[in-house]
Design a protein around this ligand. Sequence first.
Ligand code: GCO
Length: 255
Amino acid sequence: MSLELFSLAGKTALITGSSRGLGRAFAEGLAAAGATVILNGTNSERLSQACKEMSDAGMKVDMSLFDVTDEAAIRAAFDRFDAAGTQIDILINNAGIQFRKPMLELDTADWQRVIDTNLTSAFMIGREAAKRMVKRGHGKIVNIGSLTSELARATVAPYTVAKGGIKMLTKAMAAEWGEYGLQANAIGPGYMLTDMNEALTSNPEFDAWVKARTPARRWGRPDELIGTAIYLCSDASNYVNGQIIYADGGMISVL
Ligand code: GCO
């Protein structure tokens, strides 16, 4: 048995929401494992900058600008991949937003926007990728869940519901696509040091709560998710399907 099992050499990975945060960490990690990575986002300037930085660092990288909630744009992106002969071997459905407000005050439009971005997008993009992966008899889909895939926190209901849905969508993907040689799994990050959580990390009470509630007694860094991502995107996990792996410093395992 060699570490070749974890190599992504010759593979192409599409990572949604990857110009910054967790998505950028996944992109750099998979590139370091040998993959060609395709960055995705909706901000052309930020995406181009990320692409340049990674290319200048010697990584094999490309970019695909599309809104993960726009079905026509998703289909057009995959048509472009087909026309260019680009085979998406790995999909990481990472794109997501957060919107913190108590449900009694929450507008339905804001609820729907979070569900569309964090959950329905993973279905739509997963479907387009799987249509092609099924024909080839192999493919890896990694959906990004959350601690809120299991536990609810007040004021983040749409995010929680979407991430709970991500856990079950992952199982549904395994149920329907496992027989065609695809593996669909999920990663459940803990409280990570990202832009999305800036309002929390800069709140002394919340910061203290995270550190007291987490066995590791600290926030996680985006790069600490890379090993789990490489494992789930590589041949090392070919008999793992429908699972969610929590990289959360132990938080979800303790009261
Ligand atoms: C929040 C946070 C969490 C984390 C992460 C935890 O407001 O509670 O944004 O949702 O981001 O998802 O796993």
